[in-house]
Design a protein around this ligand. Structure first.
Ligand SMILES: *Cc1c(COP(=O)(O)O)cnc(C)c1O
Length: 399
């Protein structure tokens, strides 16, 4: 991924050393490939159907009635912060003060960036579960910190899991923070109560901060989502991050949030105010309404995605892939080795020509290139007819 950006006649590249390794993203390449070849894009994880019409109407009403069209308050509008606190209470029994313990951000992406920029000193070590979401490595680098991957691996039952001893062994005196993601993109793993309890014990024992990326909290198909902040000793050391984009299928609105103890929220807000300051004014009003939708909404959203998971799982299995059954998220990780394939990146580059489908090679989410070389990720947050057509096309691989 070399970046050719040296000034004419100069020897110093434009992009600084911290970011030099992050010059291009695979999503841009693969989405362009999908467009060029007319392929079905199961690469990038965005829904091809918008969220509830009544919520879109709420956003439109907010714009037309002049709510949120000018800079909203720095921490987010009170209506949304109150709705976020009510959501944490309703689903998890966790109590947060809307004024001092909730911060609205420009999507989960900004929440992650602001948290890492606020909480880390250069030289600190951050442990993240590998394969990791692409912004983690870049944000850790922007903070001048060092990432220490702990690799999730498929176990005998075909589900990715965390080796707790490996996690414990990764902690050093320089470790400041654990960056967790559950439900986990791209593997679909959902950390269990027992795993979270062990993580909490480790964090308390070694005095670590934890940032939890919980954007798929409402997409758990097996087991349940347990916020780490609810475990003993974690309330005061956990920054929990969520995303309305994922929960309500409005990824373009970029409304996310942080819930944490006052001192942590205040630290994250210090970084956030110099990134975007504020964002998504009218959408904040709409998401305040979305969070109050009845349980039906959340249940049918999950049931719909569960059906789609099953369609794509069956299709990928029939096409000859080894499928690691996701317990959550809207992604499936597969292995291409049973198809006689050895390299996910070349496989994904060739796939549009072979059968008109685009996927993402998991290797881009790893430091350990060998661990992810034959893994490929597929998004199933697409219309049923689109998934069925993709499955039909992928069937050609087996023939
Ligand atoms: C999509 C995603 C995000 C980013 O969420 P936005 O609200 O769109 O910024 C963060 N983390 C994970 C794991 C994601 O999949």
């Amino acid at each position: 991924m070399a970046v050719m950006s040296a000034p004419a006649g100069g020897s110093r590249p434009f992009l600084n050393r911290r970011l030099a390794a992050f010059g291009t993203t695979i999503f841009a390449e693969m989405s362009a490939l999908a467009a060029r070849t007319g392929s079905i894009n199961l690469g990038q994880g965005f829904p091809d159907t918008d969220g509830p019409a009544e919520i879109a109407e709420a956003a439109s009403r907010a714009v037309l009635s002049g709510r949120g069209n000018q800079y909203p308050p720095g921490p987010g509008i009170p209506e949304l912060r109150t709705a976020i606190a009510a959501h944490q209470q309703r689903f998890y029994g966790l109590t947060y003060d809307p004024d001092s313990e909730v911060l609205v951000t420009a999507g989960a992406t900004e929440a992650i960036a602001a948290s890492l920029l606020a909480l880390l000193e250069p030289g600190d070590e951050v442990i993240a579960l590998e394969p990791f979401y692409d912004s983690y490595a870049a944000c850790i680098a922007m903070a001048g910190a060092t990432r220490i991957p702990v690799t999730l691996r498929p176990s005998a039952d075909g589900i990715f899991s965390l080796d707790l001893d490996e996690l414990r062994n990764a902690v050093t005196p320089r470790t400041r923070l654990l960056l967790l993601n559950t439900p986990h993109n791209p593997t679909g793993a959902v950390l269990t109560g027992a795993e979270l309890a062990a993580i909490a014990e480790l964090a308390v024992d070694r005095d670590l901060l934890v940032v939890t990326d919980e954007v798929y909290e409402h997409l758990v198909f097996e087991g349940s989502h347990i916020p780490l902040a609810g475990l003993p000793g974690m309330r005061e050391r956990t920054v929990a991050i969520s995303s309305a984009g994922k929960t309500f299928s409005f990824t373009g609105w970029k409304v996310g949030w942080v819930t944490a103890a006052p001192a942590l929220v205040s630290a994250v807000r210090s970084a956030k105010q110099f990134l975007t300051y504020v964002s998504s004014g009218p959408f904040q009003y709409a998401i305040a309404e979305a969070l109050a939708l009845p349980d039906d909404y959340y249940a049918s959203f999950r049931a719909d995605l569960a059906r789609k998971r099953d369609i794509l799982t069956a299709g990928l299995t029939a096409a000859g892939f080894e499928v690691y059954r996701p317990q959550g998220t809207y992604f499936i990780t597969t292995d291409i080795a049973p198809l006689g394939e050895k390299d996910g990146l070349s496989f994904c580059r060739a796939l549009p020509e072979r059968c008109g489908v685009v996927a993402i090679p998991n290797a881009v989410f790893y430091d350990d290139q060998e661990a992810g070389r034959t893994q490929v990720r597929w998004a199933f947050c697409k219309r049923t007819a689109v998934l069925q057509e993709a499955v039909e096309r992928l069937g050609r691989l087996a023939r």
